[in-house]
Structures are given as C-alpha cells and as structure tokens.
Design a protein around this ligand. Structure first.
Ligand code: ASP
Ligand code: MG
Length: 423
C-alpha cells in the first residue's frame, strides 16, 4: 500500500462529466489499496472568469487590499471543484472529504496572488486517510498568519500538490494534465517533438523556468528540495486503463542521472516569448552602477532575468537586461524618469519583441562545443543573437521574436531530438 497524491488540472476538471471520470480513476487507485490524496485545480476557465469580473469593477492601479480580495475571489474556483470531486467520489461509493487550504491548514506568506507555502499540517489529513477516506485538498490556495486566504500564483495547484506530497511523505505525486508528459519541445511548434520517459529534476527546473509551461516552476523546486518523486501524465486516457500501465506512463522526474540520460547531450528546447529587453546606454563604468540600475528595478518588485554589461569605452558602458513583458513599460518609465538622469546615462532603449530560446541537458556538463553548435545552427539560419546566457546545463539566447519557430525547429533537428531513442 502506498500513499499517492494525484493532481488534476483545470481541463481534467472541466465539466461534471470529466469530474466523474476523475472520481472513477481515483476510486480505482483507492480500491487497488492506496491511500489517496487529490489536489484539483479550478474547472478550466474559472480562474480567468473570476479575475475578469474583478477587473471589470476595478481597472485602476491595484493595491494590497485589492489583491487580498482577488485571492478571496480566485480561491473559490478550487473550493468548488474540490467539493464537486468529493461529491462525485461519494457517488462512486467512496468515502471522501474535501478541505480548503485554510482547513488543513496550508500556511503561506502574505504575498497575495503569489504567496509561498511555509508549512502544511498533516494531522487532519492523516486521520482521514487512516479512517479509509479519500482526501481532497484545494490546489492554489492557503492561509496566511492573519487568517487571510492567499493564492500561490497562476498554475499554483502543481505546487500545492507537490507540497502536500512532501508534507505527507507520499510515495509519488502524479500530475495529471492535458498533455501526456514532458516533451523535447512544444509539439505545436515542432510536430516531431517526442515525449521524454524520464527527465532529471535539474533539467525540469531549467525547462520550467525557461518557458516550458507543463509545470509551475515552484512545484519543481519543491520536488527537488524534498525529493518528491513526481510524474506528469495524461488525464485523457480511459479511466479504467490497467493501473500498472498507468503508473508507468507519462514522464518521470528523476533525481538520479541514469546512463540513458547521459547519452542525450541536449534533452529539450525551451522557449519563452514573455520577456522584453532593455538597455541603459552610456553609463559611467564605475563601482555601484549595476546596483544603482538593478537595485531600483528590484525595489519596484520587477524581476530581472538575463543581464549583460559591455566592456567600457572611454569610461562609459552599456547595460542590458530582460524583464517580463508585462513589466516592460513600467521598467522603461522607471529608468527614464529616475535612474538614467541620476546616473547621467545617455539613453534608455527597449525591445519587447524578443524571445529567449534555450537548449537544456545535463549531458552538457560532460560535453564541449554544445553552445558553439547552437550558435552555428542559428547562424546557418541567418538568425542574429542579441544576448547569451549559460549555466552548467543550459544555453539561452535572446533573438528577434519573429525567428522563434525557425530557431526551435532548427535546433530540435540539429541536436537529434527528432530521433527516437531506444528505451
Ligand atoms: N486555477 C489556478 C490557475 O488557473 C491554479 C491552477 O490551475 O493551477 O492558475
Ligand atoms: Mg497547470
């Protein structure tokens, strides 16, 4: 008997019919002798619908009291889907109980709309499991010290599920979603993309942060920190497929680097169109410049990704970095109004139409020339590289957004990701 956590995404919970199928699948796992905890997302579209209602009423510049109410509002989506799943399980003849985050409780920071989980009390859940019940816990939400409801950021149910699995020391956390696993790249861009049977936790972390939308990045961080065995698999297989087959399907996120993984130098190509590039030109090259520019940006709560500083000429240098596209206008304003005048910079330039393309693979550690091969492939396609950043297991480039698909396809081919490797 194992303790298993299932997480179902919004599409999997998208209608009463689908919820009934989730209930049947969960019941099958429970009847096979497993203790089951289920973490559902809101029904698909529900979170967007709720947030759009709020926007209708308050289009202006929001502040903390507004964000508090947003969380109060958005968390109802998961409360509804959790109760519906409990009802569906009961109709299946299972004993089932659902809890909102605050009832567990799942304690979080007070950062509304992007709270972080601090702790999860497992007592109530364990008691129910020991009494033979299926326990359903709302994804996406928690409660802060002051008893206010918080949410964990869009896609946060993944993180809820992994955190619950960590707190309960679950044997595995299965993330059921509308794709059947983690792919070498997005199959909508490259039809030849293949599903990976296993991906290392580190690669998954890079892929999630580099733009692969399969898992919320924090869920991967959590899985890594607490060594939660995690699998991404399809919720669209028939609910009554053989359970041993189901348990092996999808993509397993592993912590050990097995031999097979070592063979693939590059495991996946990630891309991200959500960033914008900003350059501050002609700043004096002296100590404290990076801090003055990026400190001001950080203070405004704007996250920075890639950073480049050029060699200086005549005591002046250029400084470039990327931010989320949603923060583009705000960052430009901040730099033009406050930072550039104070520094005596000559200009602030920006380009929101960029994209970041990355190759990821733990094999890059032990192979040389991987990055240069990437640059060669891009040059053969006539694609200009604007920025480069590397880590041990990834190389990212910023290029013009209009070449994104071309770049991803060419790299996918060049690194032999189209080819099926023997399992
Ligand atoms: N319902 C929330 C969202 O749409 C959380 C989730 O689905 O993971 O972002
Ligand atoms: Mg999701």
């Amino acid at each position: 008997m194992a303790l298993i956590v299932h997480k179902y995404g919004g599409t999997s919970m998208g209608s009463t019919e689908r919820i009934a199928n989730v209930a049947r699948r969960v019941a099958k796992w429970a009847r096979a002798g497993h203790q089951m905890v289920v973490v559902p997302s809101a029904m698909s579209g529900e979170t967007n619908r709720l947030l759009a209602l709020a926007k209708e009423l308050a289009p202006g510049k929001p502040a903390t009291p507004y964000y508090r109410e947003l969380d109060m509002l958005a968390s109802t989506g998961e409360q509804a889907s959790s109760a519906l799943l409990a009802i569906a399980l009961q109709a299946e003849g299972m004993e089932a109980v659902s809890y909102a985050g605050w009832q567990v409780p799942i304690k979080t920071s007070s950062a509304y709309t992007k709270a972080r989980i601090d702790s999860i009390d497992d007592q109530r859940v364990r008691a129910d499991l020991n009494a033979g019940k299926v326990v359903i816990i709302t994804g996406f939400q928690g409660v802060d010290e002051g008893g206010n409801i918080t949410t964990l950021g869009r896609g946060g149910s993944d993180t809820s599920a992994v955190a619950v699995a960590a707190a309960l020391k679950a044997d595995e956390c299965l993330i059921y979603t509308d794709v059947d696993g983690v792919y070498t790249t997005d199959p909508r861009i490259v039809p030849e993309a293949r599903r990976l049977q296993t991906v290392s936790f580190e690669e998954m972390l890079e892929m999630a942060s580099l733009g692969s939308k399969v898992l919320q990045i924090r869920s991967v961080e959590f899985a890594g920190k607490y060594k939660v065995p995690m699998r991404v698999l399809s919720s669209f297989t028939a609910w009554d497929i053989d359970i041993t087959e189901e348990a092996k399907s999808g993509t397993l996120i592993t912590f050990e680097e097995d031999d097979q993984m070592e063979q693939a130098v590059v495991s996946g190509i990630a891309f991200n169109r959500d960033e914008a590039k900003i350059s501050v030109l002609g700043v004096p090259d002296k100590p404290g410049i990076a801090f003055q520019i990026l400190g001001a940006v950080a203070e405004a709560n704007i996250e920075v990704d890639m950073i480049i500083q050029n060699v200086s000429k005549d005591g002046k240098t250029d400084f470039s970095f990327t931010v989320h596209r949603n923060e583009y206008a705000r960052t430009i304003d901040l730099l033009k109004d406050r930072v550039a005048p104070a520094l005596g910079a000559t200009d602030v330039l920006g380009d929101p139409k960029i994209c970041k393309v990355s190759i990821v693979g733990i094999g890059m550690r032990s192979h040389v020339g991987v990055a240069s091969k990437m640059f060669r492939v891009l040059s053969e396609e006539g694609i200009n590289i604007q920025m480069i950043s590397t880590s041990e297991i990834k190389t990212s480039v910023v290029i013009d957004e209009k070449y994104m698909e071309l770049a991803v396809r060419a790299l996918h081919r060049a690194f032999d990701l189209d080819q099926v490797v023997a399992a």
